[in-house]
Ligand binder design. Structure first.
Ligand code: NAD
Length: 422
C-alpha cells in the first residue's frame, strides 16, 4: 500500500462526524497537482548529475498551498504527496488560511558542497517558478533545507519575476524578511498545545490529574531543532525532562537532566554528559508521563506499541506512530496527541512571516511568541472540545475539525468550482 493510501485512513474515522458530502470527500482523496522535474546540475568536479524533484499542491480550498521543501535520498512522489496531504489537514486544523503542499529533491544533501547546494536550490526554483507563487503555493524549509536555502531560493525567484516578492517563501533569513522566533516555533508551539492538554478540562484523561507540574516526567526522542526547543520550554515551565535521545543513544536521569548541558555535549560531538546511558529505542519504553517522539516517522509501530509505558504520547515528529500503533495505544487508555496539532507551530509562524511580508511590516520576537501561544491554545482547545463532544481520540478530533473547515469552505464556494455541471 502506498504511503498516501495509508495516511488517508486517518480521515476515515473523522468522516462520519465531519458532515461533509460524498463529492467533497472524493475530491480530498487526490492531490490537485503534482509537478515533477528532472534537474540537471553541474557538480564542482565538472560532471553533470540529474536529480529527481517534486512539488505537490494537495488542496487549495482554504488559501494558497503551503509546505516545505526537503532534500533527502528517500524523496519520491508518494512521500511528497503524503506530506502535502498532512499539510492540508494541519493548516486547516490550526486555522491558518492555507492549503497544503510539499516539495523535495531526491539528494543526499550533506554530500553536496556549499556551491553545489546553492546551484541545486536555484535550479529547483527555476524549474518550479511558474508553478509556485505568493497567492498560489508558498514553500518553506524542511529536512536538510534551512534559512540559507530559502535565501537562495528567494533570490532566484526574485531574479526571474522581478520586484520584491518576499511573500513567495517563508523561513527566510531575517535580513530578507524572515521573522524572529521561527527556529524555536515548532518546539515552543508544541509546548503551548501541551499546556492546553494539561488544563483542567482535559487533564484527568491524561492519567496525571493530581500531579504538580514539577513532578510530570517527560522523555524526548530526537534532540534537533524540535526536540531542543521543546525540552527548553518544558524545563523553563517546570516540567521534569528525565530522558533525551538521538540516533546514537539516549540518557536518563529520574531526577531530571540539564537540557543545555546535553545540547552543548551533542554540539561538541561528545557523549551525553550525565544520567544512565540507554539504547536508541529504549527511551520509547521508559515509564514516564509524557513521551515525545521528536525525531523521525514510524518509531512506534505494532511491533513495540505494547512496550510503551508513557500515559501520553505527544507527536512532535511527523508520523512517529503508525495508525495501527496509535489505535492500540488509545485502546489501552493512553492519549496520543497528533502531529497535525503538536508540530503545527512552525507553519503557524510561517503564516506570520507571510503576513508580515505582504504588509511590508516586521514583527518582534515577543509578538511572534505571544501570537503563536494564542494560536496554538485556540487550536488545541478546539481539538479537545471536539474530542470530548464526540468521545473520539485527539487525532480523530483534529481531522474532524480540519475536514469540517475544508468541507464548509467547499460548500460556500459552490460545487461549480470543483465539479463542473454536466
Ligand atoms: P533535526 O534534523 O533538527 O533533528 C532530528 C533529531 O532526531 C536529531 O537529534 C537526530 O539525531 C535525531 N534522530 C534522527 N534519526 C533518529 C533515530 N533513528 N532515532 C532517534 N533519533 C534520531 O530535525 P527537526 O527539525 O528537529 O525535526 C524533527 C521532526 O519534527 C521531523 O519529523 C520533522 O518532520 C518534524 N517537524 C519539524 C518541524 C520544524 O519546524 N523543524 C516542523 C514540523 C515537523
Amino acid at each position: 500500500m502506498s504511503m498516501l493510501e495509508d495516511a488517508k485512513k486517518m480521515l476515515d474515522a473523522a468522516y462520519k462526524y465531519a458532515q461533509i458530502d460524498s463529492e467533497t470527500w472524493e475530491r480530498l482523496q487526490y492531490p490537485i497537482k503534482t509537478l515533477t522535474a528532472s534537474i540537471p546540475c553541474r557538480m564542482d568536479d565538472g560532471t553533470l548529475k540529474v536529480f529527481k524533484s517534486y512539488r505537490c499542491q494537495y488542496d487549495s480550498t482554504l488559501g494558497p498551498c503551503k509546505g516545505g521543501i526537503r532534500y533527502h535520498p528517500n524523496v519520491c512522489r508518494d512521500e511528497i504527496e503524503t506530506l502535502a496531504f498532512l499539510m492540508t489537514f494541519k493548516n486547516a486544523a490550526i486555522k491558518v488560511p492555507f492549503g497544503g503542499a510539499k516539495g523535495g529533491i531526491c539528494v543526499d544533501a550533506p554530500a553536496l558542497s556549499h556551491r553545489e547546494n546553492e546551484r541545486l536550490s536555484r535550479l529547483y526554483i527555476n524549474a518550479y517558478a511558474d508553478f509556485i507563487g505568493p497567492d498560489k503555493d508558498i514553500p518553506a524549509p524542511d529536512m536538510y533545507t534551512n534559512e540559507r536555502t530559502m535565501g537562495w531560493m528567494y533570490s532566484e525567484y526574485q531574479q526571474i519575476k522581478g520586484g520584491h516578492p518576499r511573500d513567495i517563501i517563508t523561513g527566510k533569513p531575517i535580513a530578507l524578511g524572515g521573522v524572529p522566533g521561527r527556529t524555536s516555533a515548532t518546539g515552543y508551539g508544541g509546548y503551548y498545545a501541551l499546556e492546553r492538554l494539561l488544563s483542567d478540562k482535559y487533564r484527568q484523561k491524561l492519567g496525571i490529574a493530581n500531579k504538580p507540574l514539577n513532578e510530570i516526567t517527560v522523555a524526548i526522542q530526537g534532540f534537533g531543532n524540535v526536540g531542543y526547543w521543546f525540552a527548553k520550554k518544558c524545563h523553563d515551565k517546570g516540567l521534569k525532562v528525565v530522558a533525551i535521545g538521538d540516533q546514537f543513544g539516549s540518557c536518563y536521569d529520574p531526577n531530571g537532566l540539564n537540557y543545555q548541558e546535553c545540547k552543548n555535549a551533542r554540539d561538541a560531538k561528545q557523549p551525553w554528559p550525565s544520567g544512565v546511558m540507554l539504547g536508541i529505542q529504549d527511551i520509547l519504553e521508559l515509564d514516564v508521563d509524557i513521551l515525545v517522539p521528536a525525531a523521525i516517522e514510524g518509531v512506534i509501530t505494532a511491533e513495540n506499541a505494547d512496550r510503551i509505558k508513557a500515559k501520553v504520547i505527544f507527536e512532535m515528529a511527523n508520523g512517529p506512530c503508525t495508525l495501527e500503533a496509535s489505535k492500540y495505544l488509545e485502546d489501552k487508555g493512553k492519549i496520543v496527541s497528533p502531529d497535525i496539532l503538536c508540530n503545527a507551530g512552525g507553519v503557524c509562524v510561517s503564516y506570520f512571516e507571510w503576513i508580515q511580508n505582504r504588509k511590508f511590516d516586521s514583527m518582534t520576537l515577543k509578538q511572534v511568541n505571544r501570537e503563536l501561544r494564542h494560536k496554538m491554545h485556540y487550536a488545541a482547545d478546539r481539538v479537545i472540545d471536539i474530542a470530548i463532544d464526540t468521545n473520539t481520540s485527539l487525532r480523530t478530533a483534529a481531522y474532524i475539525l480540519a475536514l469540517k473547515r475544508i468541507g464548509t469552505a467547499i460548500e460556500c464556494l459552490g460545487t461549480k468550482n470543483y465539479f463542473k455541471d454536466q
